[in-house]
Design a protein around this ligand. Structure first.
Ligand code: FES
Ligand code: FE2
Length: 400
């Protein structure tokens, strides 16, 4: 790829139109608005979007923009309300987007028909395993078609819960970086860097993670199609064959969880607890790294916010507590892992602005990638098969 793909504001503007405002983009999870009239402020690219649960239980994605003169209608990050009232001139909207009324209405008699005015609605809203996606394109592939093979990863994630349900209820951290959003997208699925960038945390935390990302690892990287990619760590976890080994712990440390899994899944529980949670990047902005979830929000060609939360699994209190602690240690404000990556994004952004050489190389593993039994292209976990998968899909969206 040419270095300017990360630095050219015109390309960024084009990407917002052709990717973030055209394809399916992850917005949030149904568990973030569990009760009728709950809402959270979310985003699709730079656009502010309110995810609401109306009183009939339906989920809506509304543009955070007053139909009068464009002020934000919702300032609080979350809450519970039947209506949003614009602070500027007091227009009020129901939590399904309908205009309820405006003050001093004589000035609009014969001018406006209230029933024609609503908050902007994201035209398509669909969810899978509770993950809510929005698309600004009124038609096109369904969410299921877009997710394709990545649905299996979300199914695998849900099965980590004895109740089969993920809950995104731990709250969100935001990290703002001076880098193009695609630097983050690539890094999430890059199995080449961990041993170098994260060597400090691996050395102090006696973690087995580093070894998963080495040339000797049996873990694989996989092109799932539609720009989705996976680092499949299961071959290593199966080799170790320890329930909860994927989480760096043992069954004895989380006895209630293990019992609940056995009660729910019977014999299959052992396999689920050995295989663990997926490591999957869902194009263009949702990344699940076993126990953490990241949403990449592009703001400008060289400004990106990474929203981070940790997975919580329904009916898994003892596991959840540990997941939260590990997340604070790795991606919290004083965490070791994300700080390393953020530094790399920003250095990379400065580096690619150089005039010479102009190109970035994404050829690693071209000599050894191959097709697995299900027809997916796979390669050594340190290879750039995943990056090529992202760019191939990117080109199809940007070319038309
Ligand atoms: S801009 Fe919202 S009421 Fe005027
Ligand atoms: Fe990293």
């Amino acid at each position: 790829m040419h270095g300017s793909i990360y630095t050219d504001p015109a390309i960024f503007a084009d990407e917002m139109e052709r990717i973030f405002y055209s394809t399916w983009v992850f917005v949030g999870h149904e568990s973030e608005v569990p009760e009728p009239n709950d809402y959270v402020v979310k985003s699709i690219g730079p656009q502010s979007v309110i995810m609401t649960r109306a009183k009939d239980g339906s989920i809506h994605l509304l543009q955070n923009r007053c139909a009068h003169r464009g002020n934000l209608v919702c300032e609080a990050p979350k809450g519970n309300t039947l209506a949003f009232r614009c602070q500027y001139h007091g227009w009020t909207y129901a939590n399904n987007g309908d205009l309820l009324g405006f003050p001093y209405k004589q000035g609009y008699d014969g001018v406006l028909d209230k029933s024609n005015i609503t908050l902007g609605r994201v035209p398509r809203v669909e969810s899978y395993q509770g993950f809510v996606f929005g698309s600004f394109a009124p038609d096109g592939p369904s969410l299921r078609e877009h997710l394709g093979a990545a649905t299996e990863c979300l199914d695998r994630l849900a099965r980590i819960s004895p109740a089969g349900e993920v809950q995104l209820t731990a709250g969100w951290l935001k990290h703002r970086v001076k880098a193009n959003w695609k630097m983050l997208l690539e890094n999430e699925t890059d199995g080449y860097h961990p041993q170098f960038v994260h060597s400090s945390i691996f050395s102090v935390a006696t973690s087995g993670i580093g070894a998963l990302y080495s040339e000797n690892s049996t873990a694989l990287c996989r092109d799932l199609g539609n720009g989705h990619t996976e680092n499949d760590l299961r071959p290593e976890f199966r080799r170790i064959a320890e329930p909860m080994g994927w989480f760096g712990t043992t069954a004895e440390k989380v006895p209630n969880y293990v019992q609940a899994m056995r009660d729910s899944y019977g014999k299959a529980a052992e396999e689920i607890m050995i295989d663990g949670s997926p490591h999957v990047m869902i194009f263009p902005s949702l990344f699940i790294a076993e126990i953490q979830l990241f949403q990449i929000q592009p703001l400008a060609v060289d400004q990106t916010v990474q929203h981070v939360t940790c997975m919580q699994f329904k009916d898994a209190a003892d596991l959840n507590r540990r997941v939260l602690q590990q997340t604070i240690g790795s991606v919290g404000p004083a965490g070791f892992l994300l700080a390393d990556d953020s530094e790399m994004y920003e250095r990379n952004q400065r580096g690619v602005a150089a005039r010479n050489p102009e190109w970035v190389l994404i050829a690693r593993g071209l000599n050894r990638e191959h097709t697995d039994a299900e027809g997916f292209t796979v390669s050594n976990n340190t290879d750039e098969t995943t990056l090529r998968a992202i760019w191939r899909h990117y080109m199809t969206l940007m070319d038309h």
